[in-house]
Design a protein around this ligand. Structure first.
Ligand SMILES: Nc1ncnc2c1ncn2[C@@H]1O[C@H](COP(=O)(O)OP(=O)(O)OP(=O)(O)O)[C@@H](O)[C@H]1O
Ligand SMILES: [Mg+2]
Length: 256
């Protein structure tokens, strides 16, 4: 079985990962030989022009899609070696998703929206544990006072905070966030970004796709994609091992 590095801080590792789509005989290379490591506590932003592969990369990281070539390890587990059911269980345990369009269920209360993913777990949580986690997550995003409301009774910014609480309630290894401010005005967008910054300061690992250069600047590590390749990496602390090794990989890619 394939194994990855011994650095305990690395929770996600992509090795020579590519993704191709074939549509009516036309092949699109959405991701081209991506090498990337994400460490515990990282705040990583992914940016680049429309169609460069950002959402494809996030879908693969979230185990919603699989690579055409290459390897993806989560906490040293080789995801290629897993069945669909095992992948779903790994996703449920490790991944919290936040989407641009919130994806809350209108018929359910705020409380029930946040509780819902916890009820899918193979290892069932009891009612008290679910309630504790939901209230904790809603408190983290300052929405516990709206737990009985329906999503359509909330502002866009509040809905996004509930969506973040839903992702946090599962205590994920990593929060994957796709354009979290895309449907928000700048005031609500700034509030959601402040919330993500605070969550990261408290230890949540975040990987965020954003078009907005200002928001990408909040992240401690930034990658830029172009035509499915990583063309630029930058980090607040350049000595971080993951960026160094990713930079080496970038140099190798560019030498090809
Ligand atoms: N299911 C699919 N079938 C075929 N091609 C696809 C599919 N999904 C994505 N693609 C193609 O893969 C490339 C990358 O798409 P992706 O959605 O990852 O881009 P993006 O960077 O997220 O763009 P945007 O900023 O517009 O959201 C694009 O050329 C897109 O047309
Ligand atoms: Mg996209």
């Amino acid at each position: 079985m394939k194994t990855t590095t011994t650095n305990n801080n690395i929770i996600i590792s992509l090795k020579n990962l590519s993704k191709n789509y074939t549509n009516s005989d036309i092949e699109i290379q959405a991701l081209n030989n991506i090498n990337l490591e994400i460490c515990k506590g990282d705040y990583l932003s992914i940016s680049g022009p429309s169609g460069c592969g950002k959402s494809t990369l996030l879908s693969i990281l979230g185990l919603l899609d699989s690579p055409s070539q290459g390897d993806y390890f989560i906490e040293n587990v080789d995801t290629n070696a897993l069945s669909m059911d095992q992948q779903a269980e790994l996703r449920n345990l490790h991944i919290g998703f936040v989407f641009q369009s919130f994806n809350l269920i209108d018929e359910l209360s705020v409380f029930d929206n946040v509780a819902l993913p916890l009820t899918y777990r193979e290892e069932a949580l009891d009612k008290e544990e679910i309630e504790k986690r939901v209230i904790e997550a809603l408190t983290q995003v300052e929405m516990e006072h709206r737990q009985g409301h329906k999503p359509n009774q909330l502002s866009g910014g509040q809905q996004q905070r509930v969506a973040i609480a839903r992702a946090l309630a599962g205590a994920p290894t990593i929060l994957l966030v796709d354009e979290p401010t895309g449907n928000l005005d700048s005031k609500n967008g700034d509030a959601v970004m402040d919330l993500l910054n605070n969550l990261n300061k408290q230890g949540t690992t975040i990987c965020m796709v954003t078009h907005d250069v200002r928001y990408a600047g909040h992240a401690s590590k930034q990658i830029h994609l172009l035509d499915g390749r990583i063309v630029k990496l930058s980090a607040a602390n350049e000595s971080m091992t993951s960026i160094n090794s990713a930079s080496e990989n970038l140099a190798q890619q560019q030498a090809v």
